[in-house]
Design a protein around this ligand. Structure first.
Ligand code: SAH
Ligand code: SF4
Ligand code: F3S
Length: 479
């Protein structure tokens, strides 16, 4: 390098765990640090600053953070011995829940920043730099800058608008936080109270992203279907109305939203699946359990019948609707018969995809204090049985697409040379051979084979620029 050290761009490496909210936030953190000279680094070794954006949802996710921080401390030691430095920052839900503990367990950490304080990162980085300037030579101690305050003003008003889109798909945060307090869940404590961004802000961000090449926008929120934001005319809109407004953006072909709570699935939102062609025929609707008594102990606020009714209504509105879900097995007090209820519900619905988890007791949540915690071996056995059924349903669903031509949004290059990887309207991964110029475009693909978690297809020649969504066709998935 011939550049003077002062002119050198600083490398920023962000490792992201957890949900799409964290993926979105990581991009916002990169945006807010760009004016300070930070540009993406491809590995921690090439970086001057590493941010670990953490997830606290289950014990395993949370513990991973500390082993990663140990490795980063070693890297910092090497760098300091070579006359360089590494700023280590911890963001996300573990930062919020265990900020002081992180500083205590890993003193090499410079910055701990909670999810609602990302707009204050530049100030925190400046404080860390001042601390580094007055550091005792030879010490590996970090700067110890911590900010986990929930601010009065939402961070969104202070974050730069996103400008980059890769692969034609972008997230827009619509809603933050959660007031549902499911008894197993840390999110209400780590993300704070529910907040809906104003409609105008969401629409402006979406417009900017479409102008930058997005063909698909996914609205995000821990409870996105509870969104009720200020409308441009001063009234309050629901999510269905916001989706209708987004559908008017020229060039936007696909709209998705995640994650939804069964209690907030109102009639207008169900009708939007019938009325708004850009709204994709796929919904992630976590059910958690199929047993009424478990749902009650989880404080989900609805029973099994409510969920099944919603599924019927969604499929009546849009016959090709595919559903995915989250399920927890081994919640405290869950009996064999409760678990059978969950298996029955899964058979009744027929899911296109699902995430299933062993219950993990989280400190500070009501469920962690409940009697009758389910033994590990029982949780393991139930998870295995459930995953076998869900895997079978996913394979069966994927197989229904073979022989059909579906529009695929190509988002990235595949592993094999010349291969592209994209998404069907039903969020299945589809690979096909094609020119890299098709990245970010919606292309008709004939599906030739179905696999456990993906599809392979062939691009339909002569129809490269198609932006149509697939014609509704009923898809049978019930097991
Ligand atoms: N807001 C979303 C989910 C957020 S967390 C919703 O309400 O559905 C994602 C998933 O993690 C949850 O749906 C749940 O299935 C799982 N999860 C949350 N806490 C958990 C815990 N303590 N143990 C196991 N799984 C958990
Ligand atoms: Fe957690 Fe329940 Fe809120 Fe979802 S709705 S984030 S599971 S508390
Ligand atoms: Fe994890 Fe926080 Fe998301 S706990 S799932 S990163 S909201």
């Amino acid at each position: 390098m011939t550049e003077a050290p002062t002119a050198r761009k600083k490398g920023l490496f962000i490792r992201t765990y957890g949900c799409q909210m964290n993926v979105y936030d990581s991009e916002r953190m990169a945006d807010v640090l760009r004016p300070l000279g930070y540009a993406p680094a491809s590995t921690p070794d090439d970086a001057d600053m590493v941010i670990v954006n953490t997830c606290h949802i289950r014990e395993k996710a949370s513990e991973k953070v500390f082993s990663e921080l140990g490795r980063l401390r070693d890297l910092k030691t090497q760098k300091r011995q070579a006359g360089d430095d590494l700023v280590i920052a911890v963001a996300g839900c573990v930062a919020q829940a265990e900020g002081a503990e992180i500083m205590r367990r890993q003193p090499a950490v410079d910055i701990v920043v909670g999810p609602q304080a990302y707009h204050r990162l530049p100030e925190m980085v400046a404080r860390a730099a001042r601390a580094a300037a007055s550091r005792r030579p030879g010490t590996m101690k970090g700067a110890g800058v911590l900010d986990t305050e929930f601010p009065i003003e939402p961070k969104f008003d202070h974050l730069p608008a996103p400008t980059t889109v890769s692969g034609g798909s972008a997230f827009v945060s619509a809603q933050e936080g959660c007031d549902k307090f499911c008894t197993f869940c840390v999110v209400p404590y780590t993300r704070g109270a529910e907040y809906s961004r104003p409609a105008a802000a969401v629409i402006a961000e979406a417009r900017g992203l479409v102008a930058a090449g997005a063909r698909e926008i996914t609205l995000l929120g821990q409870n996105v279907n509870a969104w009720h934001g200020a409308a441009p005319d001063g009234s309050t809109w629901t999510l269905a109305r916001l989706i209708a407004a987004l559908a008017e953006i020229e060039g936007l072909a696909r709209i998705r939203y995640t994650t939804s709570h069964p209690r907030d699935m109102d009639a207008a939102l169900i009708a939007a699946h019938r009325d708004v062609p850009a709204l994709m025929p796929y919904l992630h609707l976590p059910v958690q359990s199929g047993a009424d008594r478990v749902l009650e102990a989880m404080n989900r606020g609805h029973g099994r019948d409510h969920y099944l009714r919603l599924v019927d209504q969604l499929r009546a509105a849009r016959p090709d609707m595919a559903l995915s879900t989250d399920i927890i097995v081994g919640f405290p007090g869950e009996t064999d018969s409760d678990f059978d209820d969950t298996m029955r519900l899964v058979r009744e619905v027929g899911f296109a995809a699902a995430f299933s988890f062993k219950y993990s007791a989280r400190p500070g949540t009501p469920a962690a204090m409940m009697a009758r915690q389910v033994p590990e071996a029982v949780r393991d056995a139930r998870l295995q049985a459930l995953q076998a059924l869900l895997g079978e349903q996913q394979r069966r669903f994927n197989a229904t697409l073979v022989g059909h031509t579906v529009p695929v949004l190509f988002q990235e290059s595949g592993r094999k040379p010349g291969q592209l990887l994209g998404k069907s309207p039903w969020l299945q991964s589809v690979h096909a051979d094609g020119d890299a110029r098709l990245l970010g475009q919606i292309v008709d693909v004939r599906i030739v084979a179905a696999h456990a978690v993906s599809l392979s297809g062939e691009i339909v020649v002569g129809d490269f620029a198609s932006t149509r969504t697939a014609a509704a066709k009923p898809i049978e998935v019930a097991a």
